[in-house]
Design a protein around this ligand. Structure first.
Ligand code: BDP
Length: 605
């Protein structure tokens, strides 16, 4: 599946805006066929957005079950004879879509796209009713998992991840038209050799018998630099302008289907960054140069909007990444909007791309240690079926993001239980899945403090060690001296594995405006001292090739005794004001950026 585009043969029409919306409090919408008529009692709801915080109604915010979205759309008159599709970039966590009275697609998983070919159901020029039923319920068969518990006051959704279960249509919805004979996938793999680069593409097409394929590569100025014929070919570029951290140089690969007369039947544009990624010993190499990750684990999270995508806020977040000297981010804890990945490509920001497999650990809850009353892996909890859903989540992530040069590393889970035999059995095949889906990038998972060095049984499958550690916060809170010693010891033990280490989370909750002469937890000064302590430890261990502070910004969570209006580990507040730590990080990271080890570009030689 390719994302809808406007090209010389393709068109798309945005269905973003206000939709009619109704919460299915009683769970009767399907039985009553709410899709078959205008939504009775519908109110206006914005798409894209999380619906939770927009209606000033706790019943809506905390609703667990289905909600319904509906609108009408006129099929453009010029679209006759085309393949017409409805494309949703995401619906959290599962959805069914109807066109008129006909169900056209259902999709499981809240952060990857899906679409339906509706050509047979619509007539160009006509208006049709489009209904989307979105379900936010999590179970032991979903990624991320959760459980609905029956309590004295009714059912309650529980989950083991530390961010609010925002739901709805979080990203754009499109109506798209392609030729019936059309390209439906492309995979691009690039290589570098001295000043030369190669772009190998493999494309596939539908209903394209008798058609030829061709690819034209153009540089950022639109000048053609190479072309090739066929659905599988390599184009050489010399000299090449590589994609590199801080230098998001992109070529445009136009893929075409051609008829006998040489007329272009279909055209799709794939942006391409020519770069390589490799793990060698304890080094993480981009274009053969050691790369050191600085940046954050982030969240798609904003006041009001929840997890809805918004371009203005995207631009703001990336500007702050640039300001602070971050060269990378992790899409903690789910695949982010494709617009985020595109922006990372364009801006030379490196991405660790993560599935939504978070909370597969009954030893943890909301960042708080303590039993949850369930066993992580068992027939009734996380089991083979969950593993199948997880494998599908990995495949969908790779299928969507494989061509982004910014993506250099896959994270298949965050902080799962990883110190048991069951965990080993669960994860070993998932590493095969990710490597089969993408043999070109390293893969790993994010290790939790409960499975330290010597106990973790899953890290042996990973190319890169990603560690989340809270020495000085969840352990040795307030005692940075003890924290430093314990952290130093554990990190050196991990370094003995001979793999690169990225510290994917370290952070301290901080209330903006709380100050202390003698740094006390929750004060802005403590956050700075805590980060300084961590940095001393990292700088002593060569295998550490990355530091991602938890978190870029404060974010919404479920209410809890450990959360003051959400998680406050942000270096920025939820509305993106800097805490003191932002300036401290900027001093450290901007210094790193100026270092002479920054990858060189041939055109600057
Ligand atoms: C880690 C999780 C992250 C939490 C963080 C915290 O990976 O999602 O928000 O701890 O407790 O366990 O702040």
């Amino acid at each position: 599946m390719l994302r809808p585009q406007d090209t010389r043969t393709r068109e798309r029409k945005s269905l973003d805006g206000l939709w009619s919306f109704r919460v299915d409090t009683e769970g009767v919408g399907r039985e009553e066929r709410w899709f078959a008529a205008p939504l009775a009692g519908g109110v206006q709801m914005a798409v894209p957005a999380s619906y939770n915080d927009l209606l000033a109604d706790a019943g809506v915010r905390d609703h667990s079950g289905e909600v319904w979205y509906q609108r009408t759309v006129r099929i453009p008159r010029g679209w006759s004879g085309r393949r017409i599709a409805v494309h949703l970039e995401s619906a959290t966590h599962r959805a069914t879509v109807w066109v008129g009275d006909t169900a056209v697609v259902s999709h499981e998983g809240g952060y990857t796209p899906f679409e339906a070919d509706v050509s047979e159901l619509v007539q160009p020029g006509d208006e049709v009713r489009l209904t989307v039923c979105v379900d936010n319920r999590l179970s032991f068969r979903t990624i991320p998992p959760g459980v609905i518990e029956q309590t004295a006051v009714g059912p309650r959704q529980r989950y083991w991840h530390d961010f609010f279960n925002y739901a709805g249509i979080h990203r754009s919805v499109w109506l798209s038209a392609t030729p019936v004979a059309h390209l439906d996938d492309v995979t691009v793999v690039t290589a570098l050799d001295g000043t030369a680069g190669t772009v190998r593409y493999t494309a596939s097409a539908v209903a394209a018998d008798g058609l030829d394929a061709r690819a034209v590569l153009r540089d950022a100025d639109g000048i053609e630099v190479g072309r090739a014929s066929g659905t599988d070919a390599t184009i050489a570029v010399d000299p090449v302008h590589p994609w590199a951290p801080g230098d998001g140089y992109l070529y445009d690969l136009e893929l075409q289907l051609l008829d006998h007369a040489g007329e272009v039947v279909d055209s799709y544009h794939q942006s391409v960054g020519v770069r390589t990624v490799e793990v060698r010993g304890t080094e993480f190499l981009i274009n053969g140069e050691p790369f050191r990750f600085t940046g954050f684990g982030m969240h798609e999270d904003h006041p009001g909007l929840g997890k809805g995508h918004n371009d203005a806020l995207l631009v703001q977040d990336f500007a702050l990444l640039g300001w602070i000297g971050a060269n990378s981010l992790r899409t903690s804890h789910y695949p982010y909007s494709e617009d985020v990945l595109d922006h990372a490509d364009r801006n030379g920001i490196v991405v660790i791309d993560e599935t939504a497999a978070v909370g597969l650990n009954m030893g943890l809850g909301g960042g708080i240690f303590g039993g949850q009353g369930y066993q992580t892996f068992s027939e009734d909890t996380i089991n083979d079926e969950t593993q199948r859903v997880h494998a599908q989540a990995i495949r969908e992530l790779v299928a969507r993001d494989k061509n982004h040069p910014s993506v250099v590393l896959w994270s298949i889970a965050n902080e799962p239980e990883s110190d048991t035999e069951e965990a080993e059995h669960y994860f070993r095949p998932l590493f095969d899945v990710v490597r089969e889906a993408d043999p070109t990038r390293p893969a790993g998972f994010v290790n939790v403090m409960l499975a330290p060095h010597g106990k973790c049984r899953v890290s042996r499958f990973a190319d890169v060690l990603m560690l989340n550690r809270y020495y000085g916060w969840y352990v040795h809170a307030g005692d940075l001296e003890a924290a430093e010693q314990a952290w130093d010891e554990e990190l050196r033990a991990w370094a003995g594995e001979g793999k690169p280490i990225i510290v994917t989370e370290y952070g301290a909750d901080t209330l903006p405006g709380m100050h202390a002469v003698d740094p006390q937890p929750w004060s802005e000064e403590y956050q700075v001292a805590y980060l300084d302590m961590n940095h001393r430890v990292f700088d002593r261990v060569d295998a550490v090739v990355g530091e991602h502070v938890w978190n870029f910004a404060d974010f919404a969570t479920t209410p809890g005794a450990m959360r003051v209006g959400g998680n406050k580990k942000g270096v920025f507040t939820r509305d993106r004001a800097p805490k003191g730590a932002a300036f401290a990080l900027r001093r450290r990271w901007r210094r790193d950026l100026a270092a002479p080890s920054a990858p060189s570009r041939p055109d600057q030689a």
